[in-house]
Design a protein around this ligand. Structure first.
Ligand code: ADP
Ligand code: ASP
Ligand code: MG
Length: 819
């Protein structure tokens, strides 16, 4: 005997019904078959909506009309197969159901009341209509299914909308159907049974799975098949996590935990009856009958990963009972949960801290108000005596769970889970672990759910990790960064990293695309986009909480943007910056950046602030972290000045050398930032702060490269026009030094005495003398590196290396191994 349950989408239209008939006919050739069918998809919702409308005195005609139209449409399409006589009798049958519905809705409308019994009866009409049609189709194919009336066989008690089946009695009622000689093909509507008087009792939303499991147990079936619209049970809801994959096998326990915590593919009570009788369950796709689907068995192979799957249960509220007077009082928990039982409220999850001063538990949001009231009544005396001071509810929550037999006795699973939640800035309202170590659940904000689910999934299974890049500034560095991302993205994708540029902004325009902006024509996209405030666009993006790791990348030199980093981190963005203004701003802002990053668990990375992509900041951090004491840092920190000075040594006049550097985009947008030494001073300041010194920019002693009597003020063009005035004197200085065997170098240093920036003549034998043509060089003298210092040297300017440094910072956010 095999029980085959067909879900709503499997009987969703004429075409689907034919598919069901094919599947059942094929199975019938091998064994006896009991088919259990749901309502046509959408019909149960429609019926519930009609009942609500009637109760509120609203018109129900159109809803009622839709019920008839949908079914009549299917019958019409099946007509050629049914034949005229069968079609007519089917239409009569449907009319009977439709007038039953009309009568019920009229009654509800008159009384403005819909009792649970009435609602149960009304809800079951969808399954009855679907089976009527399916039965006729099977008959037309000569299959003669025996119609089973669930109210006669599935005996239930309790709440008519969440009925409890009585399994012994049900089994007894199934006896004639079970015994040899019973019907070979049966068809039964799912979702409901009946009470002792034959009144309809619903098994709860999605309950057709449960009907099928009860039938399978009562019929001693050798297999229970749940035919649905996906390839089995997935590692997570495929609608929420596109990377989720179907699981070939899961254990009964895993299936129960997944279903209980929200995997809608199975009604949570489905597994128990099958498991009691050792009946294997197969979840499979009626759209792809050849796919093996998922087998749920007692002997599921251990999974490759400790976690088998994730589930997500939205619409949850956390109820909290707290008070110092609860500590050590026996029976408190019993009273809490007794009051829930009396109010007929089912408790989803429980947590209690070791202080015993509070008990928290989750219920469906719809039950939360009643749960609070029930507690208020139960603890009235304690409240009056001040022993209980809080009874509150927190709404808008969801339970995210990881489930797997392989989690038992495995270390680090919870660590991965919670750190993944922290990655996406998701705060946790409560935690629970099943005593079997098979599940761990975190209660989080429902709005965080999809994003958290996708990220935890990526961390647990090493599937593709999405990094969303939000870029401000498309000048030379920003433009180069986009080029490099475009080039590297395919290779990164092959390593499981989906790096998407989702927002691109300059000072006026903002282009966005959640799937990533096509980088071959980002310029056109940006030009065609609407005007917008970039900072608002970045914050809005972060707040929309899409799945993925959003990182804000600053390739501007804007002070306003640098000031906004804390608010961007608060909104959930990691920050990578090539802009020195943030770290070289006021000390208070410098501290605030770090505090905000730490409070919101955001990364703040700025390797390119000094020496472009040269590993300066990282090296310094590592020296300090490992206990070295840095005594002195000095070097050539401006690629642009190193380039300009190199040219002057070859006899190029200073003004011309500046022009060439500008053309090559080696300078800051305004070259005076370089020539004055301000840019180098900022880098020296950043290095000093990295060493823990609380200094401000004004405290850096600074000697401009330009003579002090030269007027460098005014608009840029005027300044450039005047610049040749200094050429002759500068050239003389260079030549005089050359005669002495020396060269001029623009050097920045942090010593025990302070921070200095300025032109220094160095002998040709000095290591810094060789550094020119856009190079940077830094030497770190420390307790470990002395007397020979640690030296880092290489290109430290130019868009290409800076952009590469920025990209390297972005990729530091990725967990998995990269190429
Ligand atoms: P049916 O009408 O066949 O009973 P349901 O809509 O009740 O179908 O359940 C199938 C749906 O369950 C899938 O389309 C999927 O979106 C959802 N779902 C949630 N979690 C999971 C999961 N872990 N694996 C598969 N499907 C899931
Ligand atoms: N049709 C019912 C529902 O939508 C039962 C089911 O589909 O399992 O809840
Ligand atoms: Mg279902």
């Amino acid at each position: 005997m095999r029980v085959m349950k067909f879900g709503g989408t499997s009987v969703g239209n004429a075409e689907r019904m034919r598919g069901v008939a094919d599947l059942a006919a094929a199975a019938r050739k091998q064994t006896r078959v009991m088919m259990v069918a749901s309502a046509v998809s959408g019909i149960t919702n429609l019926l519930l909506e009609a009942a609500r409308a009637a109760q509120e005195g609203q018109p129900v005609e159109s809803l009622h009309g839709r019920f008839e139209d949908v079914h009549r449409g299917i019958i019409r399409e099946l007509a050629p197969e049914l034949g005229e006589a069968r079609q007519r009798s089917l239409e009569e049958g449907l009319s009977t159901l439709a007038s039953e519905l009309r009568g019920l809705l009229q009654g509800v409308g008159l009384l403005r009341e819909c009792s649970p019994s009435v609602l149960a009866h009304l809800s079951g009409l969808g399954e009855r209509a679907a089976c009527l049609i399916l039965g006729a189709l099977m008959h037309a194919r000569g299959l003669e299914p025996h119609a089973v009336e669930p109210r006669d066989v599935i005996l239930c008690a309790g709440d008519p909308l969440q009925a409890t089946p009585l399994q012994e009695e049900t089994r007894a009622r199934f006896t004639p159907l079970r015994e040899a000689g019973g019907p070979g093909l049966m068809l039964m509507p799912g979702f409901f049974g009946g009470d002792t008087r034959g009144k309809t009792m619903c098994l709860g939303r999605g309950g057709s799975d449960y009907s099928a499991a009860l039938a399978a147990a009562a019929l001693d079936a050798e297999l229970l098949e749940i035919w649905t619209d996906v390839d089995g049970i997935f590692s997570a809801d495929p609608r929420l996590v596109p990377e989720a994959f179907p699981l070939p096998e899961v254990s009964f326990e895993e299936a129960m935990e997944l279903a209980y915590f929200g995997a809608k593919v199975l009604h949570p009570k489905t597994i128990a009856p099958a498991r009691e009788r050792g009946i294997p369950v197969r979840v499979c796709n009626s759209f792809r009958p050849d796919h093996p689907g998922t087998r749920v068995t007692d002997d599921a192979a251990p999974p490759e990963h400790p976690v088998r799957g994730l589930s997500f249960l939205p619409g949850i509220a956390l109820v909290n009972l707290g008070g110092a007077g609860l500590k050590g009082v026996p029976g408190t928990a019993a009273r809490v949960f007794e009051s829930m039982a009396l109010a007929n409220i089912s408790v989803v999850l429980i947590t209690q801290g070791s202080s015993e001063c509070s008990i928290s538990f989750c219920v469906q949001q719809a039950d939360a108000e009643r749960a609070v009231q029930a507690l208020e009544v139960a603890f009235e005396m304690e409240r009056a005596a001040g022993k209980v001071d809080t009874i509150e509810q927190q709404r808008g929550l969801a339970v995210l769970s990881i489930v797997g037999d392989g989690m038992r006795h495995r270390v680090g699973v919870a660590g991965t889970f919670f750190s993944a939640l922290a990655d996406v800035g998701c705060s946790i309202a409560a935690i629970a672990q099943g005593s079997s170590e098979r599940s761990i659940s975190a209660v989080i904000a429902e709005t965080d759910g999809p994003r958290a689910l996708a990220h935890v999934h990526g961390r647990c299974f090493g599937t593709t990790e999405v990094v969303e890049l939000l870029l401000a500034g498309v000048g030379s560095v920003g433009g180069e960064l986009l080029k490099q991302v475009h080039q590297q993205a395919p290779k990164l994708r092959a390593h499981g990293v989906d790096l998407r540029v989702c927002v691109i902004a300059n000072s006026k325009r903002v282009a966005t695309a959640s799937e990533g902006i096509p980088l071959e024509d980002w310029k056109q996209r940006l030009a065609a986009s609407s005007d917008g405030a970039p900072l608002d666009a970045f914050r809005d993006w972060a707040r929309a909480k899409r799945p993925g790791r959003p990182v804000f990348v600053d390739c501007t030199s804007s002070e306003d943007i640098a000031l906004a980093y804390p608010s961007l981190m608060e909104a959930g963005l990691h920050v990578v910056t090539a802009n020195k203004k943030a770290n070289a701003g006021q000390w208070s802002h410098y501290r605030k950046l770090r505090e905000t990053a730490s409070r919101h668990q955001r990364r703040f990375l700025y390797e390119t602030n000094v020496g472009a992509a040269l590993p300066v900041i990282d090296t310094l951090k590592n020296m300090l972290r490992t206990g070295d004491r840095v005594l002195r840092v000095e070097g050539i920190l401006s690629g642009s000045l190193s380039f300009i000075l190199g040219l002057t040594e070859e006899g190029v006049p200073l003004s011309q050398a500046v022009g060439t550097a500008m053309e090559k985009r080696f300078t800051e947008p305004d070259p005076r930032d370089d020539l004055h030494g301000t840019d180098v001073a900022r880098k020296v300041l950043i290095l000093a702060r990295e060493l823990g010194r609380q200094v401000e920019l004004e405290q850096v002693t600074l000697d401009s490269l330009l003579p002090s009597d030269f007027d460098a003020t005014g608009p840029l063009d005027d300044f450039l026009a005047r610049l040749p005035q200094v050429d002759a004197a500068f050239q003389r200085r260079v030549e005089t030094l050359r005669a002495e065997g020396k060269v001029l170098r623009y050097v920045g240093s942090v010593t025990e005495d302070g921070c200095f920036v300025g032109l220094v003549p160095v002998p040709l034998t000095h290591p810094l003398a060789a550094v020119k043509g856009g190079e940077n060089a830094l030497s770190f003298t420390s307790e470990r590196y002395s007397p020979t210092p640690l030296v880092i040297r290489g290109y430290g300017a130019g868009a290409a290396v800076t952009a590469a440094g920025v990209l390297a910072d972005v990729l530091r956010l990725v967990d998995g191994p990269l190429p």
